[in-house]
Design a protein around this ligand. Structure first.
Ligand code: CTP
Length: 410
């Protein structure tokens, strides 16, 4: 919640730092408004450092944005600690001759005060009358407590402990507005994909020759599935376009099963409309049989040789990268290459990322015995300009995490 902490000019002002810090550590946004007198007891730099916000005390600071009205209206809670006898009198009278006074008057948020003064001043009939007026208006008064005062003496008048003031203040805020949280969870880490819609394609397409035969490839879908799981674990809403996976589909993601490149294109285009991030990890056949026989092909009809004519498949990645139905959408491709020389591999990757129009390309070297299946893998992530933004090796889940780390900031 948004908390205004007012500090008035008494020796207990130094303890107000503890009040501010307790609110900040619980995740609340704190704006400190000290009176001029309070700044004689505690310095502005301390308050700015602890509250992580600029500190103003003068009514004539930020006049253009009508600071007191802005602070007062935006506040969910106003706490004045310490509240001196003078400030209680001013609050009771509704005086508004400084930024704190005007902020309080401009706000409908719960007001909590923590008086601190000498015992006689606290016991004085004028102070007691002011406190009663404030309480009748709904102000929550925390303390003072009895104990050692500034001088040699002790008695009632000591400011309550910061933790007690904050607890009472949060109670008052939540009682007034049950939608507020006593503790605000820390903001999600930078790598969070919470609220994002992520579409991942995985597996390898199959291009049918006849009802029982197809042209396929060695992709198992492990890397794509690991990416879908990693995105899910970072809070994304994940759609997995699954092309003939050899591994189990993960839980907690929406699965769209496809078979061929054309089926994958249709599904990907449908899902792209709402996607923030598209990762094309599937191995898509570049060609398909020009005709799919409606019935099983027979040796008796084909004889000793069989010729299959292939036609080019659409390029799903390039199509998605060109269409981008959603502003800010990030499109990531994969490139499995058999080139063993690193520089030549990077050259191929740079050409491919440019040709496809993708924002990132994950390049990995594959071979007959490498890259597919359960084993370790090694990838280089290039951005659209062909710069290396990450290199990672290991099992597929760790590589998936490294890939998301590299692209999540986008
Ligand atoms: N891809 C695609 N549609 C195709 C072929 C590939 O969407 N018809 C995607 C893959 O999913 C991958 C990227 O393009 O993300 C690169 O795939 P790759 O097979 O390495 O590239 P090709 O375009 O097929 O290039 P090459 O000529 O090297 O095979």
């Amino acid at each position: 919640m948004r908390v205004v902490v007012g500090i008035t000019g008494g020796i207990a002002a130094y303890k107000a730092v503890g009040v501010v810090r307790t609110f900040v550590l619980a995740g609340h946004e704190v704006h400190v408004v000290p009176t001029t007198a309070a700044l004689r007891f505690v310095g502005r730099p301390t308050l700015e450092a602890i509250s992580r916000n600029p500190v103003e005390s003068d009514l004539y600071d930020g006049v253009a944005e009508v600071r007191h009205v802005a602070l007062g209206q935006r506040a969910d809670l106003i706490v004045i600690a310490p509240a001196t006898a003078n400030s209680l009198a001013k609050l009771a009278a509704g005086l508004a001759d400084d930024l704190l006074g005007t902020t309080v008057l401009a706000s409908s948020a719960p007001l909590v005060v923590a008086p601190a003064m000498h015992t006689e001043m606290w016991a004085n009939a004028a102070t007691q009358a002011n406190v009663r007026v404030l309480e009748q208006r709904g102000t929550v008064v925390v303390g003072p407590v009895s104990g050692q005062l500034t001088g040699q003496d002790s008695g009632a008048g000591r400011m309550a402990e910061p933790a007690d003031i904050v607890a009472a203040a949060l109670d008052a805020a939540v009682a007034a507005n049950p939608d507020l949280d006593r503790a605000v969870p820390p903001p999600p880490p930078d790598d969070s994909l919470a609220g994002k819609r992520v579409v991942v394609s995985a597996g390898g397409t199959r291009e049918p020759l006849d009802p029982v035969r197809f042209l396929g490839n060695s992709s198992t879908g492990r890397q794509g599935v690991a990416l879908a799981e990693a995105a899910r674990d970072r809070g994304a809403d994940v759609v997995l376009i699954a092309a003939n996976l050899e591994v189990a589909v993960p839980t907690g993601v929406q699965v769209v099963a496809v078979t061929s490149a054309e089926g994958l294109l249709d599904a990907a285009r449908r899902e792209a409309g709402t996607a923030d991030l598209i990762v094309m990890a599937a191995a898509v056949a570049d060609y398909r049989p020009a005709v799919t026989a409606p019935l099983k092909l027979k040796k008796a009809d084909l004889g000793e040789r069989m010729t299959v004519e292939l036609v080019r498949n659409p390029d799903v990645l390039a199509t998605l990268a060109a269409e981008r139905p959603r502003a800010g959408q990030v499109v990531v491709g994969f490139a499995a290459e058999t080139e063993p020389d690193r520089e030549a591999l990077l050259r191929l990757g740079r050409q491919k990322v440019a040709a496809k129009g993708a924002d990132f390309l994950v390049v990995n070297e594959v071979g007959f015995d490498r890259g597919f299946g359960a084993g370790d893998t090694a990838v280089i992530v290039l951005d659209a300009a062909g710069r290396i933004v990450a290199e990672a090796g290991g099992d597929k889940p760790s590589v998936a995490a490294a890939i998301l780390d590299a692209i999540a900031p986008r």
